[in-house]
Design a binder for this molecule. Structure first.
Ligand code: GAL
Length: 670
């Protein structure tokens, strides 16, 4: 399998849109920019299969040869992301159908139903043909399967899906009685006696059965995964040693990233922060999440060199912003920085999406100069490949919980998994504490502190695991509306949060959600901190109050609690805090759990605007210092270090200009 030795640098390459002359110019410019890796053929289906019975690889052969000659490796797509017009004309039944019963038509992309057996058979044939032809090509480095599953089609209500859903339910529940039990169908007379009485959760008069909806979301993710596996198997028939991957989308709701990652050899995601944001924390978080899917280095498979074309206002990245955000990914474990796309399209829906080469075709443009600069720098940093990101803290991340939490008919419509997680994550990022994400099925033991944010759906297994973890000395922090239901969305009875109340030493009698735009405050010591969304009646059952509510019926009652359980400690936040409140609580926990900021043994003074992270291998620590501030900052060092980009030894201190960064290599003491 892949033994990556260089950081990957390049982008999606769509030469089918260009003349020979421009393609030759591309080779020259790619070499200038130090491009060593491109994704090819992602939307190439009709080029290589212009009609049902004709495969024509002439152009793709030429491109593979040309790239090879120019020492550029290829992430070769099987090309299944956009079915050709002839296929749609012959088999319109492959088209996805909306909740209102409308099928898509040809003319965009991703117009397929993932369950459709016909589509799957064409996909298999195409994938086999591509794999057979290029399996041994020396330019081939990676197989790129399909593209961004469920990016556009995250629901389908066609007959294929209906049949597949009924089969999926049969495999999951075996009997109709078990399905009725797990779906709580005694409610509103929803009981089923035959499988063919069950529909997809289409239009209904009012609230749909939540367990039905949750299973549909699981089903859609599984159907797309099944499609990925089918495409992978078709490739594996001819190519066993080349790694396979698909581009995930970070905080994308509709496919379970952990399940996909199990089937992928390398994980990567497409990163599209909004340039108007100074620090796009959701994207920062997604770097850590993507790396955590395999607990291995990841790839940024796509990012915009500057503007995208799909927001209401598509801001250009400011000078230096693309570079700094690329290093943010590298600092958090990326082994490759790729763009969408190499050359900005002349026509089509994405012509105003930036490319590494812009419409202006000016090699002196700011953007191209930054592209070349980054390529040249990454060439100096190849020793980072394969190094491990250092994290003491883990956030639990669970797609199934995300789906269940945000279904309708909850105590507050303001509950939002990612926004709440982002708010907590931001504090850790600012305090320079490395964060991993763990799936509930993973071990918690490698971490000193585990954060469970809005973890509404919790299995008995996870509840038991948390007790054992804290009992053995771990620190566990969770927030309101966590530990409420099991995997069938059935409430744990006997007081909230059923799955966690023992380990937290509390019991919540009743929720007190706040009006949507209301604010309140909690008191911690002498200070008070603003809250929103949620309050509740917490009874202490061994825990002690760290903070109290201050207003109305709840005044003086506990809002934040802490409990010594076995050798460890657990913490509970019964409201939604803003940054200041989160920071006070998190700093307290970090002190009690004895978690220092990253690299504090090497660095004397941490500065608010410098983001510090660490990657390591057996021999060295690599400390990343990213300056997000508006002025240069000087950091005092306890040790001498080697500054990789400066190619110089630094002693005592190092100055990092605004909007710039340093990477220090510090040998481990042996
Ligand atoms: C991604 C997609 C690319 C391109 C890009 C534009 O979602 O994979 O093909 O469309 O967005 O931002």
């Amino acid at each position: 399998m892949l033994r990556q030795t260089e950081l990957f640098y390049g982008g999606d390459y769509n030469p089918e849109q260009w003349s020979r002359e421009i393609i030759m110019e591309d080779m020259r410019l790619m070499k200038q920019a130090k491009v060593n890796y491109v994704s090819l053929n992602i939307f190439g289906w009709v080029n290589i299969q212009p009609s049902e019975d004709v495969f024509d690889f002439t152009f793709l052969d030429e491109m593979m040869e040309l790239l090879h000659k120019n020492e550029i490796g290829v992430d070769l797509a099987n090309g299944t992301a956009s079915p050709p017009a002839w296929l749609v004309k012959k088999h319109p039944e492959i088209l996805p159908i909306t909740i209102n019963g409308t099928p898509s038509v040809h003319g965009s992309r991703q117009h397929y139903c993932p369950s459709n057996q016909l589509y799957r058979s064409y996909v298999k044939r195409l994938s086999e043909a591509v794999a057979k032809r290029y399996a041994d090509h020396p330019a081939l480095i990676m197989w790129h399967i399909n593209n961004e599953y469920t990016c556009h089609i995250s629901e389908c209500y066609c007959d294929s899906c209906l049949a597949a859903f009924r089969q999926w339910l049969k495999e999951k529940y075996q009997t109709i009685d078990e399905l009725n039990r797990c779906w709580s169908t005694k409610f509103w007379s929803q009981s089923y006696s035959e499988r063919d009485e069950i529909f997809l959760p289409k239009e209904m008069p009012t609230f749909k059965n939540p367990a039905h909806q949750l299973d549909y979301k699981r089903f859609i993710s599984d159907q797309n995964l099944a499609l990925f596996k089918l495409e992978k198997e078709a490739i594996r028939k001819y190519s066993q040693d080349i790694p396979v991957m698909t581009n995930l989308m970070g905080l994308h709701k509709h496919v379970d990233g952990f399940k996909f990652a199990e089937e992928m050899d390398v994980v990567g995601w497409d990163a599209y922060p909004n340039p108007f944001e100074e620090k796009p924390y959701p994207q920062f978080l997604a770097n850590d999440l993507t790396r955590s899917l395999k607990k291995k280095p990841f790839l940024v498979m796509e990012q915009a060199p500057s503007a995208v074309n799909w927001r209401a206002a598509n801001g250009a990245k400011k000078p230096g912003q693309m570079r700094l955000w690329s290093y943010e990914a590298l600092a958090h474990g990326a082994d490759g920085i790729m763009f969408f796309q190499w050359r900005q399209s002349q026509g089509g829906a994405e012509k105003f999406h930036s490319g590494m080469v812009s419409h202006n075709q000016d090699p002196e443009s700011r953007l191209f100069k930054e592209i070349v600069q980054l390529g040249e720098e990454l060439e100096q940093l190849n020793e980072l490949v394969g190094t491990t990101y250092v994290a003491d803290v883990a956030f639990v991340f669970d797609w199934e919980n995300w789906w269940a939490l945000e279904l309708d008919a909850k105590p507050s419509a303001k509950i939002n998994y990612i926004k709440q997680m982002r708010d907590l994550y931001k504090v850790f990022h600012e305090l320079n504490i490395g964060v991993d994400f763990v799936h509930p099925s993973e071990s918690l033991d490698p971490y000193k502190l585990v954060i469970s944010n809005a973890q509404y759906l919790v299995t008995e297994d996870f509840s038991t695991k948390v007790k054992a973890y804290v009992n053995a000395g771990g620190h566990f922090m969770t927030t309101f509306f966590s530990g409420i239901v099991d995997e069938n969305d059935r409430v744990y009875l006997g007081g909230y949060p059923g799955a966690f109340k023992e380990v937290l030493g509390i019991y919540v009698e009743e929720f007190y959600p706040m009006p949507l735009d209301a604010k309140s405050r909690i008191a911690i010591g002498d200070g008070t901190y603003e809250t929103e969304t949620w309050e509740e009646v917490i009874h202490l059952k061994g825990a002690q109050a760290v903070a109290n509510f201050t207003q109305g019926y709840l005044a003086e009652m506990p809002a934040v609690t802490q409990y010594k359980y076995g050798k460890g400690e657990s913490y509970y936040i019964g409201t939604k805090l803003f940054e200041a409140g989160n920071r006070v609580i998190i700093e307290k926990i970090l002190t009690e759990a004895d978690i220092p900021s990253t690299a504090s043994e090497f660095i004397q003074n941490q500065s608010h605007s410098i983001s510090v992270t660490c990657r390591e291998n057996q021999l060295d620590n690599f400390i990343f210092l990213l300056n997000y501030g508006q002025k240069s900052e000087t950091i005092q060092l306890n040790v001498s270090a080697y500054s990789l980009l400066d190619e110089a030894i630094v002693q005592d201190n190092i100055t990092i200009p605004a909007n710039d960064l340093k990477i220090l290599k510090i040998p481990k003491v042996r």
